[in-house]
Design a binder for this molecule. Structure first.
Ligand code: MG
Length: 310
């Protein structure tokens, strides 16, 4: 009989291969306001994450602790890296998607669609061909807490794709209430997108939807999973195709067929997560005022987290 620590909740025996009974849920940062956008930089042995309302991107390393990576971040929210390793982020304040070049300069990748300003880009992924996919809900313009209050100019809260050459931006899905986190399956044939619209409309289901990737377009493949506590926000996929999603009570892990395998219970509402750390076996969890770290016995599908690291 295995005794599990209180932060692990098993719903399917397969979950026991992905976690460890001696793992700890460590709080590695606290005193923040609304943490989001975790992204691992193994080449710098550090985690970057956003504290959206305080307009800062923070940096954490095991040796150096927490420091400010970027002040005046324009309410930067979700982050990822492109295949050149550059930081790509979503900013509510300037309502754009921005890339940080190797010399530190910022390049705006998208700020408008059809001649109108974006709502407030929330989360972003880059596919291996260099295309940038991002969600554009209205959270950053419905109050001054995590952006600047403004009227929406877009006809819907779209999901967008930017061509690898950066010239063409086009909506790929337009029937979300509020699209939020997104993540590709390991072979990039499927894109998972969180519907977080229940935050402001209880009639919207708290679900992760799945889409088949057909070139530059998406084909709706229905609901992948329902979140039974709170709502889904950011998520990541591991090398076996399991989907790790944020939820009200922690992180929910789903098999590729949508079966709930288990939960990592976290004492604060979780907004996002990412794989990384030494050997790629850490799961970093941004949860309201804190960031937590827990060992997982699998690596993330994103190339910069699955390779062998110091
Ligand atoms: Mg989000």
């Amino acid at each position: 009989m295995i005794t599990l620590p209180p932060h692990l909740q098993v719903h399917d025996g397969r979950f026991l291969d992905l976690v460890h009974p001696m793992s700890r849920l460590d709080q590695i940062a606290d005193g923040l306001t609304w943490t989001e956008g975790p992204v691992w930089f193994g080449d710098h042995a550090c985690l970057l994450f956003s504290d959206i309302p305080s307009q800062r991107i923070m940096r954490w390393s095991r040796e150096g602790g927490v420091s400010v990576f970027r002040a005046r971040s324009q309410f930067n929210n979700g982050n990822t890296r492109d295949r050149q390793g550059r930081l790509v982020g979503c900013r509510h304040g300037t309502r754009d998607v921005v890339r940080t070049e190797c010399d530190g300069a910022l390049t705006v990748l998208a700020h408008s669609n059809d001649g109108a300003r974006l709502n407030s880009p929330n989360d972003v992924v880059v596919s291996s061909d260099g295309a940038v996919w991002f969600t554009d809900p209205t959270y950053g313009i419905i109050s001054n807490f995590e952006g600047y209050r403004a009227q929406a100019e877009q006809s819907a809260s779209h999901v967008f794709r930017i061509d690898p050459d950066g010239v063409m931006i086009a909506p790929v899905v337009s029937n979300f209430a509020q699209p939020n986190g997104l993540a590709f399956s390991p072979d990039e044939t499927r894109l998972y997108i969180a519907e977080s619209g229940s935050s402001h409309d209880a009639s919207v289901p708290s679900v992760i939807r799945q889409f088949d990737v057909a070139g530059t377009t998406l084909r709706d493949a229905g609901v992948f999973a329902t979140i039974d506590c709170g709502l889904p926000d950011g998520m990541r996929v591991d090398v076996a195709g399991n989907v790790w999603s944020s939820a009200g009570d922690g992180v929910h892990c789903f098999a590729p067929d949508g079966t709930l395998l288990g939960k990592i219970l976290v004492p604060e509402t979780v907004a996002n997560l990412c794989f990384g750390g030494k050997g790629g076996h850490s799961l970093f969890i941004t949860a309201t005022t804190s960031v937590y770290c827990v060992f997982v016995d699998i690596k993330g599908a994103e190339p910069w987290t699955r390779s062998r690291q110091i």
